[in-house]
Write a protein that binds this ligand. Sequence first.
Ligand code: DX5
Ligand code: ZN
Length: 216
Amino acid sequence: MNRIIAPSILAANFLELGKEIECINNSNAQWIHFDVMDGVFVPNISFGAFILEQVHSITPKPLDVHLMIIKPDDYIDQFANAGASNITVHYETCQHLHRTIQSIKDKGIMASVCLNPHTPVELLSEILPDVDMVLLMSVNPGFGGQQFIESTYEKVRKLRRMIDDKGLKTLIEVDGGVNTETGKKLFDAGANVLVAGSFVFKASNRQLQIDSLLQI
Ligand code: DX5
Ligand code: ZN
């Protein structure tokens, strides 16, 4: 089973963003996670397509865009055109999730859906064949550096069973509070992609931290 690490640049030093991206370029991390927050769906504001375009211009790594925004449909074109390789929308923000997923796929990129910690995985049973990845939040979205919510392990196991029972290849990504301890249990539970913000960027050697997650 593939194991992908996606450092979240939300925790990077933005005064040195070019150097931070360069550091990830030279690491074994396969993706870069890009957290977009609107101050409405989540109680924080981060950055948008303008920054994504600049990041895209200096990295060959796939950009994994996590939209924590209401009305994501209005912004799919912008983020796809700015260089997203994947766009993840929140289940909680989409009234017509199937349509939203199709419009992401129409841009020729991966389409994913994210669940807040309180949203049950069972709600995905009909959409699962249509998405490339499911992102499970293991903290309440909005901030880096929060404590991991333990019930996530069981949620990953349940989702893994649903995916395997349907014979699908859908990836499971987990976001929030990832470190070597939580990361190992998540991979064991059936996760494929781990997002890590503080664990990578608050360390003095980011590349070694990434390797430590790849080796668990
Ligand atoms: C939280 C974001 C996460 C965040 C994770 O809303 O979606 O991607 O950057 O940060 P850590 O790894 O510090 O919990
Ligand atoms: Zn995220």
